[in-house]
Design a protein. Sequence first.
Length: 565
Amino acid sequence: MDIPPSSIKLPIGIADFRNLREDKRLYVDKSAFISEVLRDHAVVLLVPRPRRFGKTLNLSLLRYFLEKRDEDLSELFDDLVVWQDVEARVHFQKYPTIFMTFKDIKEGSFEDTFEAIQDLVRQVYHEHRYVLDAPELTLEQKDRYRRLLRSEGSKIMVRNALRDLTEYLYLVHQKQVVLLLDEYDTPIQQGYLRGFYDEAIDFFRNFYAAALKDNVYLFRGILTGILRVARESLFSGLNNVRVRSLLDPEYATSFGFTEAEILHITGAEQQESLRTKLKAWYDGYQFGGQVIYNPWSILCYLDTRRFDNYWVSTSSDDIIYDLLAHRGYGLSSDVERLLQGENIQKRIDEHLSLRDLDHRPDVVWSFLLFSGYLKPCGTSEEAGTQLLNLAIPNHEVRLVFLNVFRTWLSGHLGGDDHSRLLQDALLGADTETAERLLEHLMLSVSYHDVNRHQPEKFYHGLILGLLVNMEAHYVVRSNRESGYGRADVLLIPREPGHPGVVLELKSLDTRREESVDEAVKQALRQIRDRDYAAELRSAGAQPIHELAIVFDGKLVWVRTQDADV
């Protein structure tokens, strides 16, 4: 099978299962998700996954299978795997169902957020307005219903709206209700970004608890989102919520594409080069121990036949930019190791509170993992604590880290030209130009940024960020064994006969009144004594430049010495 011909319609941007099937668009069968949900003993289930991994489509799939209606929709399912599940078919079109998606609730204030939620409630009440004709509802219940239809309900009425609607539907149908809540955490993330996190948490804690806690009218409550928000902040008192995160084996293949599915829809079974590129760009995710591909990016590739950065362009990545750029995590030695293809070991907290990002630096790794920017690669142990090995999943996500840093750098240096000028200065041992460019950069960096971390680590990450786009022609290595020790940074040419550079970075030790000359001499002597240039000689670099870069706050000195050949 070749790449799907133009006669096959791709489901790009379509999250409604019925529309997708009736329009005969490509559908990768994920209907086993229905069977797994029905066999799950949890009444309330939270399945967090990264964005664009099919969460909304899967809830739509559930809705059309379970929702009670007069119209027979069996044609949507009769060629899918769920239709072979006799136990699952018992539940086909049996339950009144409520579906709400919060994916577009991205307001700038709590007042606007509440108004948007009020409008969502109005829409879902309008969808089920037939209950107003039912004798099972009291006059008081119908009055409350009409007030919410007119968006005239109080905050308490809106808070209890979902709980009340499950009761009304149960009274009319005499059947428990299915409640499907898509992207439940989007308004909470917006609250964190826009400064109304406490108000958002306070409202949604009561909004979700009213609908999900001890609700006798509920058959199943299914929530999807990106994060598992900490129970103490959002789900306090909700001890019936079962979370199936991307670290758990349950639902491992329900979101995203497996390798077998990829090979089938791309026709890559007989094309090794295509398989290799697909894996490099879009593979690498690990859900419950299963290898998973990014479905959005795969579909976009099938549409354009070009390998490109599709997933990242679907979102503004506001929190990611805030963490990696504004807060300096992107300049850390951990990110530096990740960009070099290495693993890092971190303790992961599945009970994530966004507020923790403000005072617990370690939480950033949990956020990046569950948001899809890192993948798990097994476990390790340190001092009796189990750590998760983390890595960047693929080339597409690696570009996120690079682009975030470049955006930050462009804002500080005024564009990529300055970065290229610095690279040229280092390759030519032009210490005067390198010193001037680095000082220009440091003038735009706050003292708070520098002092937040160990200074040498900050400077180290900064230099690495300036050099990452040299990778087409240079291997950029950091803290690697060479000779008798570890060089801070090596620029190793991919082809012999090109310049090679050793960089030794040093923060001036003002506590012991170290002079600039002393710091420079110590750094250059360390390069020579430990033979940091050994790997450059092995790579055929010519000439080899040995440079010391000394920092003192925002002041920079760059000096060089001739390398031993």
